[in-house]
Ligand binder design. Sequence first.
Ligand code: DX5
Ligand code: ZN
Length: 219
Amino acid sequence: MASNLIAPSVLAADFANLQRDVEMINNSNADWFHIDIMDGVFVPNISFGMPVLRDIVKYAKKTIDVHLMIINPDRYIKTFADLGSNILTVHYEACTHLHRTLQAIKAEGMKAGVAINPHTNVDLLEDTIHDIDLVCIMSVNPGFGGQSFIENTYKKVQKLKEIIIRNNADTRIEIDGGVTDKNAKQLIDAGADVLVAGSYVFKSNDPIQTIQGLKDLIG
Ligand code: DX5
Ligand code: ZN
């Protein structure tokens, strides 16, 4: 992997100034747009849906990384492909036939991601690791921005990295939730490749500089 990536989470943007915030990410040194889709069933919150994503994609000039926090994600794979998602991540806990879901995502021309909740053991991914382009390790319980980082995440990253290396797989590790300048470097050192950051970026006085600060930290 060439370098480590930052994916600002649009969930923390100002939705009344969404185009402004999308342009901010375009003009920053960020790598991906992280898009959180919630259904109020898989997680106890509802974020935004297709019309909002369509308008984000209209202006976004970087990779669109969609994180589906919904039950039965298979129903919407084609919809998200048509909307312009480049990476589609489904939750391990929401998929009865994960292997089939991953193939369906790839058949639509997207990279396939799997997100795991804090209680889900990374060992459960060993049998599908070759089919997974991105594992999103949740470092908070999904559903809300602005929560505190769960320290056990470092161990999970190390363990998953071992699985990836042992299987000679081409899988990236993304961390989602509570990422700040306090944990970014340690996460990369543990084996992470992509850091999602919502409130830490958008609640700062100078988001472009905050993104640059994270990039400098993680190299
Ligand atoms: C949480 C979402 C995250 C969230 C991260 O359910 O998946 O992407 O936006 O926000 P912060 O960085 O504020 O924890
Ligand atoms: Zn997310």
